[in-house]
Design a protein around this ligand. Structure first.
Ligand code: NBP
Length: 477
C-alpha cells in the first residue's frame, strides 16, 4: 500500500487499535505504527480480518505508506510521549502534511505543538475523543480544534467514523487553537461531576435508606426512563447489578473506595481558577476523588468520630427527592462547564459555538444525556449569554428541584453522608441568585488588616479607611 494510505495512526493501544478498525471498516485505507513492534504484530494477527490496514515498523516506512498530504493521527499517551513522537516523526514530514493528536492532551501543549509545527508548514489539530474503547470502534464523539483549513482536510473522514444522533454526526469543528482539547477537558470535568452525583445518591440509598445494590440498580433503571436518561445512569445500573463470580455478591461492594483520575478534571478546575470562573461542582468532584484516596486516614478519623445512626423514618417522597437532586447536579454541572467554555473561548479566542458542542455530545460520548437536547435549545435562545441560569426555562428546571435538593441535604447531614456535588450545586444556585453577598465584610476586613481598599455601593471610587482599634494580629512577646 505504498503511498496509498489515506490515514496513518501512531499508537496501537486500545484507542489506536479501535480507531484504526473503525476507519478501515468505513472503507478508508489505514497505515499503522507503534513504537513497540510486538504490539503492531499482535494487532495485525489478532484483530485485523481483511480490513485495509497496513503495518509499518519504522516511521520512515510509515511516512512512505501514506498518500500526500499525509494525515496522521497520534493515539499515544498524553504528555511527553506525544512530544517524543512528533519529534521523531518530523524528519519524515513535508509542508502541507497534517498531524492530529487524539489523546487527552492539555490544551496549552496543543497550542505549543500547533505553533511549532506551523513554523515547519505542517498542520496540527488537537482532537478530543470521547466514548472510551468501544466508542473508538463503534463511533466516538469527536471534538477537533485548530485551523479550519486543517479541519477541512479530515472533516469527511472524521464525520464518517463518528457516532450519529438524530442531529447528525457527533463531530464538528470546535474552534481555533487548543479548542478541541479544551472542550474535551470540560466534557471530562462534567463527566466527573455527573459520576460524583451518581455516587452520592447511591451512597444515600445504600447508607441512609439501607437499599441493596439490586434495588438501587432498579431505581437507576427507572430514572433512566425519564429526565435522567443518560449513558452514565444506565451504566450505574449495569455495574450495580454485576455479580462477583468469586463471591456471588455485587462486585461493586468488593471494590476499594479510592477513585483514580488521569488529570483532565484537575486541569479544568485549574483553568477555571486561572480564568476566574466559579465551577464549584466540577471542582468538588475532583476533590472528592482526591479525598477518597486517604482511606487509612478516613478509617482512623472515622473510628474516633462516631455519627448517630438515623436510618429509620424516611419520608416516602425521599426517592423522588433524590431523583430531583441528581437532576439538579447534572443541570448545574452543565451550566458551570458551559460558562467556563464561554469564558475560555473569549480569553483564548477559540470561537467555540456551544450549541455545536452540545450537539457533538449527544451520542457516542460518556456524558450523553437526554438533557443535552434541552440545553442546546436554551443556548440557542441566547448564544452570547454565558449563564444558562438567566434563561427562564432553564431556571424553571433548576428552581423546581431546589426544595427537594434541600430536603435531601438535611437528611444526608443527619445520616452523616457527604454530598459535595449536591451541596455545591445548591450553593452555586443560591449564590448566583443573590444580588448581595457577604463579600462586603470580607472587603472591610482586607482593608482593615492590609489596606487593600474597597469600593462603595453608594458612590464610585476606591476607598481606604483607618479602622479603629487593633487591626493587626498580635505577635508573641
Ligand atoms: P495509552 O494512553 O495507554 O498509551 C499507550 C500508547 O502510547 C502505546 O501505543 C505506547 O506505545 C505509546 N507510547 C508511550 Br506510553 N510512550 C511513547 C513514546 N515515548 N513514543 C511512542 N509511543 C509511546 O493508550 P490508550 O488508552 O489507547 O489512549 C491513547 C490516548 O487516547 C491517550 O492520550 C488517552 O488519554 C486518550 N484517550 C483514551 C481513552 C480511553 O478510554 N482509553 C478515551 C479517550 C481518549 P508502546 O506500545 O510502545 O508502549
Amino acid at each position: 500500500m505504498r503511498n496509498s494510505g489515506e490515514i496513518g495512526i501512531i499508537g496501537l493501544a486500545a484507542m489506536g487499535q479501535n480507531l484504526a478498525l473503525n476507519f478501515a471498516r468505513k472503507g478508508f485505507r489505514v497505515c499503522v505504527y507503534n513504537r513497540t513492534s510486538e504490539r503492531t504484530e499482535a494487532f495485525m494477527r489478532d484483530r485485523v480480518r481483511g480490513e485495509p490496514i497496513v503495518p509499518a515498523y519504522t516511521l520512515e516506512e510509515f511516512a512512505r505508506c501514506l498518500e500526500r498530504p499525509r494525515r496522521i493521527l497520534l493515539m499515544v499517551q498524553a504528555g511527553p510521549a506525544a512530544d517524543q513522537v512528533i519529534e521523531a516523526l518530523l524528519p519524515f514530514l513535508e509542508p502541507g502534511d497534517l498531524v492530529m493528536d487524539g489523546g487527552n492532551s492539555h490544551y496549552a501543549d496543543t497550542e505549543r505543538r500547533m505553533q511549532a509545527l506551523a513554523a515547519r508548514g505542517v498542520h496540527f489539530l488537537g482532537i478530543g475523543i470521547s466514548g472510551g474503547e468501544k466508542g473508538a470502534l463503534l463511533g466516538p464523539s469527536i471534538m477537533p480544534g485548530g485551523s479550519p483549513e486543517a479541519y477541512a482536510m479530515v472533516e469527511g473522514m472524521l464525520t464518517r467514523i463518528a457516532a450519529r444522533s438524530e442531529e447528525g454526526p457527533c463531530c464538528a469543528y470546535m474552534g481555533r487553537g487548543g479548542a478541541g482539547h479544551y472542550v474535551k477537558m470540560v466534557h471530562n470535568a462534567i463527566e466527573y461531576a455527573f459520576m460524583q452525583g451518581i455516587a452520592e445518591v447511591y451512597d444515600f440509598m445504600k447508607t441512609a435508606l439501607g437499599m441493596s445494590s439490586e434495588t438501587i440498580a432498579e431505581v437507576f433503571e427507572r430514572w433512566n426512563e425519564g429526565t435522567l436518561n443518560a449513558f452514565l445512569t444506565e451504566l450505574a445500573a449495569r455495574v450495580l447489578r454485576y455479580r462477583d463470580p468469586e463471591t456471588g455478591g455485587p462486585l461493586v461492594e468488593r471494590i476499594l473506595d479510592k477513585a483514580e483520575q488521569k488529570g483532565t478534571g484537575r486541569w479544568a478546575a485549574q483553568s477555571a481558577l486561572e480564568l476566574g470562573v466559579p465551577t464549584p461542582t466540577l471542582t468538588a468532584a475532583v476533590i472528592a476523588r482526591t479525598l477518597s484516596h486517604f482511606k487509612g486516614d478516613r478509617e482512623r478519623i472515622g473510628a474516633a468520630f462516631p455519627w448517630p445512626d438515623r436510618r429509620a423514618g424516611f419520608p416516602p417522597e425521599t426517592l423522588a427527592d433524590l431523583e430531583a437532586a441528581l437532576n439538579l447536579v447534572v443541570l448545574v454541572s452543565f451550566s458551570q462547564g458551559l460558562w467556563l467554555l464561554h469564558e475560555a473561548s473569549r480569553a483564548y479566542d477559540y470561537g467555540v459555538d456551544r450549541a455545536e458542542v452540545l450537539r457533538v455530545w449527544r451520542a457516542g460520548c460518556i456524558i450523553r444525556a437526554r438533557w443535552l437536547g434541552f440545553l442546546r435549545e436554551v443556548i440557542r435562545e441566547d448564544p452570547e449569554d454565558p449563564h444558562l441560569l438567566f434563561n427562564a426555562r432553564f431556571r424553571g428546571e433548576v428552581q423546581g428541584r431546589l426544595p427537594a435538593a434541600g430536603r435531601i441535604l438535611d437528611l444526608a447531614f443527619e445520616a452523616g453522608i457527604p454530598m459535595p456535588a449536591l451541596s455545591t450545586a445548591v450553593d452555586y444556585v443560591l449564590s448566583m441568585r443573590r444580588s448581595r453577598l457577604p463579600a462586603n465584610l470580607i472587603q472591610a476586613q482586607r482593608d482593615a488588616f492590609g489596606a487593600h481598599t474597597y469600593e462603595r455601593i453608594d458612590r464610585p471610587g476606591v476607598f481606604h479607611t483607618e479602622w479603629e482599634g487593633e487591626t493587626h494580629p498580635p505577635g508573641v512577646g
